[in-house]
Design a protein around this ligand. Structure first.
Ligand SMILES: C[S@@+](CC[C@H](N)C(=O)[O-])C[C@H]1O[C@@H](n2cnc3c(N)ncnc32)[C@H](O)[C@@H]1O
Length: 275
């Protein structure tokens, strides 16, 4: 016997509470695929038994593991292309000019998944802004899934991953082949760090950022949770900073916090100055 509708509804609600991710009922089969290994580790013989265990014991660790296992971690190097052109040609030059006196730059890849976004920004910086080699530059990647955080920290990618979005010239320059994998060079790894952070819970201690990439995560959140995330991100940014969302996302719920600016076919969002 499989899970009942009420079991699936329980799992959907649990994921929503823990991570703000909405899972459509049409994707119920995903629970089976993603949660079976966790169910086994927890000693349950089926997903149905696992749901009973979750309902009875309410162990926070298991609840978190369920939410993390249900995340969609789709990403790639230089995803969507043009936002990185806008960063290279307009946004980063402006930030470099603005921060020239302090020679410091802080960039946040919020919802960094397996790290390709953060490493893409690091490559962009090394490739186009040689003067920043003498600056204090940090790119911080955060994600709710500890598994993808560990993957990003490892900085090793399979052929299929390096074949997506990474120009051959950059691959050869910034990753080193080791058997079936490619490892990001130490120079880039030194710029990037990765850590756990849940965007719908109080954030850990993080720097105040000049640039925030919050891409392809809010589309999984219900509207009310998006508003809270925008408020937290706003507090985490310098007043002249830039926020970049995914190409299918807008800061429509937070017009009071951010003002849109169209740069090279992309929308960037700037914190509204406090009066
Ligand atoms: C589709 S990936 C996007 C990765 C990257 N930003 C990009 O655009 O390619 C979404 C990521 O958001 C993370 N995520 C989902 N809910 C989250 C939450 N509540 N807090 C932090 N990260 C979350 C997932 O684990 C996943 O790695």
């Amino acid at each position: 016997m499989g899970c009942s509708d009420s079991d699936y509804a329980y799992l959907r609600q649990l994921v929503l509470t823990e991570s703000a991710n909405l899972i459509d009922p049409s994707r119920n089969a995903l629970f089976e695929t993603r949660l079976t290994p966790i169910a086994r580790m927890a000693g349950a013989s089926s997903l149905e038994d696992f749901v009973t265990l979750l309902r009875v014991e309410r162990t926070p660790q298991l609840q978190r593991a369920v939410a993390e296992a249900m995340t969609i971690n789709e990403t790639s190097f230089f995803r969507d292309g043009s936002p990185f052109d806008a960063l290279r040609d307009t946004i980063l030059p402006r930030l470099v000019e603005r921060n020239a006196a302090q020679r410091r730059l802080r960039i946040w890849s919020a919802a960094s998944s397996t790290g390709q976004e953060a490493y893409s920004v690091a490559m962009l910086i090394r490739e186009n802004f040689p003067e920043l080699a003498a600056w204090d530059v940090k790119i911080v990647g955060t994600d709710i899934s500890r598994q993808v955080v560990a993957y990003a920290q490892r900085g090793r990618y399979r052929r299929m991953e390096v074949n997506r979005g990474l120009p051959a010239r950059m691959l050869i320059k910034y990753l080193v082949r080791d058997g079936d994998e490619w490892e990001v060079v130490p120079e880039l790894r030194a710029l990037c760090s990765f850590q756990y952070a849940n965007l719908c819970a109080p954030l850990p201690r993080l720097p105040i950022f000049d640039l925030v990439l919050l891409r392809n995560v809010l589309l999984y959140f219900p509207q009310q949770d998006r508003g809270c995330v925008f408020s937290d991100v706003y507090r985490q940014m310098v007043s002249e900073g830039y926020l970049m969302l995914g190409t299918a996302e807008q800061a429509e719920d937070s017009t009071n916090l951010f003002q849109a600016e169209f740069v090279r076919n992309c929308y960037f969002y700037r914190p509204t100055p406090t009066s």
